[in-house]
Ligand binder design. Structure first.
Ligand code: MF3
Ligand code: CO
Length: 259
């Protein structure tokens, strides 16, 4: 069976700081989204925000990924690459995924916002269902439960709202490395999944599509992941610490600003 790290308090404290840094960058980036900006403008802003935390981007150069953060619009699910010629339109769904490495540990979180506010009724339901699916997954993430309990909770909320969870991409452990065991799928597993223990750090990250769960990777850039039917998609992610009671959400809004 795969090895899952149980973090000790001194390491957890460092993961907290990295997670808070990534949360602050994500917050500032979401607030900066405006119609008329390019996705490269947003990535350049992210570079400043990340620098101000004292950390560095965990995504840049990861398997050759070329930008500071991932910016995915509308039917793009995840791993969109900022481009000068990609202009954000009023009403676009903008998914932002921010990973910050700080003092040897990783923080990772994501959120989807509507550019200019005023999402369409469908977009609004999609955002609400995806965030609710994330929160349901977090509620299931307690010691003694299994990964599958998280997966089932996420899937139920998304599907009850009439949507589908992406199956080819999953959440993950995250602490000393950006991607660690275990995988955290967003749909029910028919295999035995690991039991959660206090001290595990997990990224729970539902990617929810308004249409089919199926996706495809852009043939040109080899990164951008889109829905196969081009229906819109949303993505919310928190990094959480498993405890004996409710999990601690490490990427909640920082209590005190780092910058
Ligand atoms: N934040 C993404 C994740 O959850 C990883 C993005 S890094 C990339 O796993 F380089 F792969 F884009
Ligand atoms: Co992640």
């Amino acid at each position: 069976m795969e090895h899952i790290t149980i973090y000790k308090e001194n390491e957890i404290e460092k993961i907290r700081l990295a997670a808070q840094a990534s949360a602050q960058v994500l917050d500032r980036l979401c607030a900066a989204v405006q119609p008329g900006m390019s996705t490269l403008d947003l990535d350049n802003l992210a570079e400043c925000f990340i620098r101000e935390t004292g950390g560095r981007s965990g995504s840049l150069n990861y398997h050759g990924y070329p930008r500071q953060v991932c910016i995915s619009l509308n039917d793009e699910v995840v791993h969109g690459i900022g481009r000068a010629d990609r202009i954000i339109q009023f009403g676009d769904l903008v998914s932002l995924d921010v990973v910050v490495a700080l003092d040897g540990y990783y923080g990772d979180n994501a959120r989807t916002v509507c550019a200019g506010g005023h999402p369409s009724p469908l977009a609004s339901r999609l955002l609400e269902a995806t965030e609710s699916a994330l929160m349901a997954g977090i509620e299931a993430a307690v010691e003694g439960n299994t990964i599958n309990d998280i997966s089932i909770a996420v899937q139920r909320v998304a599907e009850d709202a009439g949507f589908q969870c992406v199956r080819d991409m999953v959440g993950h452990g995250c602490g000393k490395h950006m991607h660690e065991s275990p995988e955290v799928p967003n749909f029910r597993q028919r295999r035995k999944t690991p039991t959660l223990q206090a001290g595990m750090v997990l990224c729970i990250e539902p990617m929810v599509n308004a249409g089919t769960w199926e996706i495809e990777i852009d043939r040109q850039d080899q990164w951008t992941c889109r829905t196969l039917d081009h229906a819109p998609s949303a993505h919310f992610e928190h990094q959480v610490l498993i405890t004996r009671k409710k999990p601690e959400i490490l990427t909640l809004c920082p209590k005190k600003p780092i910058a």
